[in-house]
Design a protein around this ligand. Sequence first.
Ligand code: ZN
Length: 95
Amino acid sequence: MTIRGHLKFRYRLMIWGVMMTPVLGLSWLYSSTPLNHSFRSASIAIVEIAVMLLFLATFRCPNCHKNLSTISRQVLFNPGFCNCPHCGINLEQTT
Ligand SMILES: [Zn+2]
């Protein structure tokens, strides 16, 4: 798998986490636990934010381990963006 492919896999994993958290949370939200509704809604929102922050924190170059989250859109969707800006490794190189 290429470095870009690996980073795209992480992105898809984050999208799945963001999409599945409310789906799984809905069953908990409407279950008959004694916790109040706003607490459960806030918990689901916190998990959503945690999934996104986890993605941002782990979106790193596998070669130099520097964070690429500020340029994640270019890395993921711009095929003309070919190199890591920190170490210069080609993103189409296999890991
Ligand atoms: Zn790098």
